[in-house]
Design a protein around this ligand. Structure first.
Ligand SMILES: Nc1ncnc2c1ncn2[C@@H]1O[C@H](COP(=O)(O)OP(=O)(O)OP(=O)(O)O)[C@@H](O)[C@H]1O
Ligand SMILES: [Zn+2]
Length: 659
């Protein structure tokens, strides 16, 4: 029996464990799933390599229990990037690999033989060849951007290229040509997109240049996802398009990675294992020696900074297609005496709809109203498991919902605190906005696009037919609505005031992206921002689309306050049902506040949502000049808090925000 190394799908401190492989299985290849004993458990894992060191004195090795599949499902081409991710984000390698596999391959079971037979039969069939429509001729901007890409990619094995194209400048058309370039080199392509459900047009455009394209995403049925994975493993697919869950697609001969809308925070997982596939895409391209494209109209400040430092290249599409200008942006105060919209805005909506054009209203809060308040004691309805107010929803039924843990509560008629019987609905969310706007414009059709509407569950944008479109931030993402010429953003000040170092950057990006949906095909586009503080510096930058000034200013602030891109940061979170336990543990521990090697630790402080799903949440913020400093601090936190019963510890390196 030979000795082999296995990465088990378990949070083990050593990344690889050594087992014995019975001779009858000696022919298996690295990347194959095995079942191994781990303590009293049987866990699946990946066979990585043979173990060539001589003896392990005093250690009695156990044989593996089974070989789960007849072929490797996590091929060795993915080992280096998985190992890098595990090192950089301090995550158990086995769990990281598990997070990248289709769900059916994460269980301690073989693929059922009948399923496998069916998939293999499908594989032998011809891949579908959808008709290829003629491609649009390039504009001069597109031509120069593509030529620069081609030169850079042919001169350097690895390069990071920012495709900065204003909204509606035709980035997708450039992606098409880049993909064709890679296919001509007999290479394959990975295209990452923030939300597959919202961007089927991107998939169509890519299929048009490469019919052997498929999309992988977490809403696919398990069987389909497994079948697609095996098709990719068998080299039947040239281009994979998808969100975070597509990152580990087992494409061999990868020659190009495109990260569309690279600024989007959904590239970083928030729950469970925290890692950013946008950042890992850059590393994967570096390991493979191929170009990676970061596409956006509003790149991350970090990306802008790397371009400034000449580490990333920039390709520009400075104009909209058809010489249509970007919409004009203006600021306006909300109406007098609490009226939601001033008369001027109502008139602008009416005129737009009367012309047969469309209006978008963005309000970044779903539900009916964000607060149900007792007029006697001013108590607000609050979740019993989380420290957040309940949001009143009216559709599909009248119910109070916790947006943190999703618990639902019946709407009470009396205040649970003082028995008062006047409960007022305060504030505004998308469902109420829809009701108000409908009352102003009775005959006009309205579509609502938010986390509660069908479009968010992957139905695509074809259902969005209203003349007035109301939505949360979702409405600003990548859509190419033809007739929209007026955009209105409500409660802009609230977006800017979120307690986070990135809130201005996020608001800037959201406003420019929303403006990007306006006037894409018709002239006269206009955007109105509702704000009480029209003289704030950020509005001057937004009104003139002065990204450069915004980035310069924000970058200086980040430098002064020691935030990225000038420092690495991480959040270490402690969770417990007992707040006292957290406070005692952190009070006793010597988690050095400032250490000699440039690591600064702040906290613990109650997290912005200080209790969620029944557990209290405290955070440390760590800053360091290097990733090694961050690692040291996290390792120390694990030693201090990792073994305490009743306390769990999580961390997020380069978190997209501090929530
Ligand atoms: N060369 C071209 N000739 C004519 N029309 C074009 C050309 N390139 C792109 N278009 C059209 O321009 C519109 C905008 O293109 P696209 O959606 O790719 O923009 P974008 O840069 O991705 O914008 P956003 O960042 O807002 O998503 C689309 O309707 C597309 O079909
Ligand atoms: Zn809750």
């Amino acid at each position: 029996m030979k000795k082999i190394q296995v990465i088990p799908f378990a949070p083990v401190p050593q990344e690889r464990l050594t087992y014995l492989l019975p001779d009858e299985h000696s022919g298996i290849l690295p990347g194959t799933r095995l079942l191994v004993p781990l303590g009293y458990r049987r866990v699946p894992g990946i066979y990585v390599s043979d173990f060539s060191d001589a003896d392990l004195p005093g250690i009695k090795l156990k044989p593996i229990l089974d070989v789960l599949d007849p072929f490797p499902v996590f091929p060795p081409i993915l080992f280096s990037i998985a190992e890098f991710a595990s090192w950089y984000y301090r995550l158990p390698l086995g769990l990281l690999i598990k997070s990248g596999l289709p769900p059916s391959l994460t269980k301690p079971l073989p693929i059922p033989p009948r399923t496998l037979q069916k998939i293999q039969k499908d594989l032998s069939g011809k891949t579908s060849q959808s008709p290829i429509q003629p491609l649009l001729p390039f504009t001069t901007d597109q031509e120069s951007a593509f030529q620069l890409f081609k030169n850079l990619s042919e001169q350097n094995p690895f390069s990071v290229q920012l495709l900065e194209g204003v909204t509606g400048s035709g980035k997708t058309r450039v992606y098409q040509e880049m993909i064709l370039w890679a296919l001509q080199q007999k290479k394959r392509v990975l295209v990452l997109t923030p939300e597959i459900g919202l961007t089927p047009p991107l998939l169509d455009s890519i299929r048009n240049v490469s019919p052997n394209t498929l999309s992988i995403h977490s809403k696919q049925p398990n069987g389909e996802r497994l079948r697609d994975w095996i098709r990719i493993l068998n080299h039947k697919i040239d281009v994979v398009v998808g969100p975070r869950s597509a990152f580990f697609a087992p494409l061999s001969d990868l020659g190009l990675i495109i990260v569309d809308e690279e600024h989007d925070p959904s590239y970083q997982s928030r729950e469970g294992l925290s890692y950013s596939v946008r950042s890992l895409a850059i590393k994967r391209a570096q390991i493979l020696g191929c170009p990676v494209i970061l596409g956006s109209a509003t790149p991350l400040l970090e990306t802008w900074y790397q371009v400034k430092k000449k580490r990333y290249h920039k390709l520009s599409l400075p104009n909209r297609i058809g010489q249509l200008p970007l919409p004009s942006i203006s600021v306006m105060a909300p109406g007098p005496r609490g009226a939601l919209l001033p008369t001027e805005v109502i008139t602008a909506i009416k005129n737009t709809v009367d012309r047969g054009e469309k209006v978008i209203l963005l309000l970044n809060r779903r539900g009916f109203v964000p607060a149900l308040v007792c007029l006697e004691c001013r108590e607000m309805a609050t979740c019993s498991h989380c420290s957040v107010h309940l949001v009143l929803h009216k559709k599909p039924k009248r119910v109070l919902i916790c947006h943190c843990c999703q618990s639902q509560y019946a709407v009470h008629s009396r205040c649970p605190s003082c028995g008062g019987n006047v409960l007022a609905e305060e504030g505004l969310a998308t469902q109420k906005l829809e009701e108000i706007i409908q009352s102003f414009f009775p005959g006009v059709s309205i579509s609502r696009i938010d986390g509660d509407s069908p479009v968010s569950s992957g139905e695509g944008t074809s259902s969005i037919t209203g003349d007035i479109l109301i939505g949360t931030q979702m409405i600003a993402k990548g859509h190419d609505f033809r007739e929209v010429t007026l955009g209105i953003i409500l409660e802009t000040d609230r977006m800017l005031a979120l307690p986070d170092y990135r809130s201005e950057e996020r608001a800037f990006e959201l406003i420019i992206q929303l403006a990007g949906r306006v006037g894409r095909h018709l002239p006269g586009g206009r955007v109105i921002l509702m704000t009480q503080n029209p003289n704030d510096q950020i509005f001057k930058e937004i009104l003139s689309y002065d990204t450069e000034h915004f980035f310069e200013r924000t970058n200086n602030e980040r430098l002064e306050l020691s935030y990225p891109p000038h420092r690495k940061i991480a959040l270490v979170s402690l969770w417990s049902r007992s707040e006292t336990l957290i406070l005692e543990a952190t009070g006793k521990a010597r988690f050095e506040k400032t250490s000699s090697n440039g690591v600064v630790i702040q906290g613990p402080a109650a997290a912005p949502v200080s209790k969620a799903k029944g557990e209290f949440h405290y955070q440390f913020l760590i800053r360091a000049t290097s990733i090694e400093g961050i690692h040291q601090a996290i390792d120390r936190a694990v030693v201090l808090f990792g073994g305490i019963k009743g306390l769990t510890i999580h961390w997020s390196i380069d978190p997209p925000d501090l929530f």
